[in-house]
Ligand binder design. Structure first.
Ligand SMILES: [Fe+2]
Length: 203
């Protein structure tokens, strides 16, 4: 279940907003300059399907978005447990890559075809002040994070996701790290995913 959790950036211990209400999540994010949309899941596609199958399954939606937004490259980033001991090290290295606060010169646009991940958006809004918004994305979610947004991404200690990535400038796809330790102060993917699972179980 997609979830949005909000804190003041200066107080990671006090949640100021928490919702799994889809229209509310989309509306809060829209007001802050982000876009969260939902694509229907391709039937019969295995969670760990190879990249070419993922791209084929969503071809029409992907082509529509590429032509509407002017993306120049699309690829698939995926990580799923293999059951092999080596997976732990692979997962930890992948997780560490964008776990600290950073920005990009390009928009970060991701469609989750399978699994989950949390985008933490560090925003500065005149009315709302400085906040951190954790967006727990699940399969079917398409999230747009505009270029220049301070953010980080957590795939958790046991990553399992397949994400289609859209690029305007694949050459410029690097993280520009802010040096802030903000990311270490907020509940991580594992904590937020457990909270969302508890809500789902209680529903
Ligand atoms: Fe990023």
């Amino acid at each position: 279940m997609t979830a949005l959790t909000t804190w003041s950036a200066s107080d990671p211990t006090t949640t100021t907003g928490s919702t799994v209400d889809r229209p509310e999540i989309e509306s809060v994010l829209r007001a802050l300059g982000f876009r969260l949309e939902r694509w229907p899941l391709a039937p019969g596609l295995a969670p760990d399907a190879p990249a070419e199958d993922v791209l084929a399954a969503y071809r029409d939606l992907i082509e529509g978005l590429v032509s509407a937004e002017g993306f120049v490259e699309v690829d698939v980033a995926a990580l799923h447990p293999t059951g092999q001991p080596a997976f732990a090290a692979t997962a930890a290295a992948a997780r560490a890559k964008f776990l600290a606060e950073h920005t990009h010169a390009d928009d970060e646009v991701r469609f989750f075809a399978a699994g989950r991940g949390v985008f933490y958006l560090h925003t500065r809004d005149e009315a709302r002040g400085e906040e951190v918004h954790a967006v727990l994305c699940e399969a079917g979610d398409l999230l747009f994070v505009p270029a220049g947004t301070t953010h980080w991404f957590d795939m958790g200690t046991e990553p399992s996701f397949t994400a289609v990535r859209f690029f305007r400038d694949p050459e410029g796809w690097v993280g520009d790290f802010t040096g802030s330790d903000l990311a270490t102060q907020f509940p991580d993917f594992d904590a937020l995913a457990a909270q969302a699972d508890a809500v789902t179980a209680g529903a």
